[in-house]
Design a protein around this ligand. Sequence first.
Ligand SMILES: [Zn+2]
Length: 312
Amino acid sequence: MPDKLHIILTGEQSDTRSFVVSISAIKVGLFASLIAVVVLIVSSVAGFHFVRENGRIKTSMARLSNELRASRSWNNEFKERLTEEVSLRESRQQDKLGELIKQNSAKQAMLNKALADLKNKSRSIEAILRVVGVKIKVKSSSKNSGGPFIPLSSNTYKDLSFKVDNYLDAIRAIPLGPPVWGTITSKYGRRIDPINHKPAFHSGLDIRQKRGTVVMCTAAGTVIAQGFSRGNGNYVFIKHAMDFETKYLHMEKTLVKKGQKVKRGQVIGLLGNTGRSTGPHLHYEIVYKGRTVNPLKFVRIARYISKRSGRS
Ligand SMILES: [Zn+2]
């Protein structure tokens, strides 16, 4: 293998030229050309790829940008809707709250009215109790029984209700109203005795009425005595709560037995003229804490009640 290559170039008119090129130089040149071609091909392919990729990225970017824009607009729309919904709900809640406040104040007004009514009633009962001279100690509600004495403020519905309950118990026990409708012929107190015409103390009230008229019990209680005596004639004694007793004398006939429970207004006998009596009448007596009291206020209580209630 020769080391050098002799290249002769001949033209038609020009001189003949010859070159001597070493084989290794040709090899280097061919190798360099090959590298250059490879680099060219690779760079062309890469360039083409880059261009294509770039286009794809651009398209993607544009799509993403559109999507972002759409998303933003949707977002704004959603925000608006949300704001509308929230404000609508808020206004509804405000309405509901207003309605509740209105209802509540109506209830409060009703409660206040009930409280005022109860206070008035309590005062009416107090007036009645004052008239008949009965004092009631309302100690404390059952809730704090056994503890220290707590005076009731009477400002709360519960306290007032408790107080009125106490009063009502008292009113049930107190003999109220007349045992028989008729004419009062002799009052309670000092008088000239109608039989022996000497000064004496009349411990009850005499009510004149026809014989056989029904005599009624003036409060709930228990018959503690019933019978006949020369002085009292046919009589009935009834024990009530709160240390009250009532006595009914000179009756034609008694219609209850000892130990019997009686209600207010229950017929206990018939008016008569038995015992130490000068004519048909009922001797009616009220005993409070072991002493006789003037029954007139108790009998005429209706008058006091109407007077009191008419004022309030
Ligand atoms: Zn009498």
